[in-house]
Design a protein around this ligand. Structure first.
Ligand code: MYR
Length: 131
């Protein structure tokens, strides 16, 4: 289950990923240490994700397979949906500014929540521990 509160513990290639996304260096430095915390509450195919970081606090509601809009912490707007593939959540989102695709997955691995990101050939991971 994804339910619970998760605090980011470490990042893998996140700086390179953000650079590919077009995030400037100052914002990347801040984002690398954003203290991101997410609380996931899943009920059937409905999710509530409470996001909290140095940048903002935000509640996101979505249903598996149903498109929704989301804005990244730097203001970039995307639209897409999450689906469940076995034990993995897979999100496919499209940037509204350039039409390019950003894919992301969430899995539980060894008690950690691993979120992977892929954009324009660059992949990154953020690994969360239960708070
Ligand atoms: C959620 O489930 O947390 C809300 C929806 C997330 C949508 C896509 C997330 C992509 C985040 C990429 C961050 C990269 C910043 C350059």
């Amino acid at each position: 289950t994804f339910n619970g509160t998760w605090k980011v513990d470490r990042n893998d290639n996140y700086d390179k990923f953000m650079e590919k996304m077009g995030v400037n260096m100052v914002k990347r430095k801040l984002a690398e240490h954003d203290n991101l915390k997410i609380t996931i509450e899943q009920t059937g195919d409905k999710f509530l994700v409470k996001e909290s970081s140095n940048f903002r606090k935000k509640d996101i509601n979505f249903t598996l397979g149903v498109k929704f809009d989301y804005s990244l912490a730097d203001g970039t707007e995307v639209s897409g949906s999450w689906d469940l593939e076995g034990d993995m959540l897979k999100g496919i989102f499209t940037r509204k500014d350039n039409g390019m695709e950003l894919t992301t997955t969430r899995i539980i691995d060894g008690g950690e929540l691993v979120q992977s990101y892929s954009y324009d050939g660059v992949e990154a991971k953020r690994i969360f521990k239960k708070a």
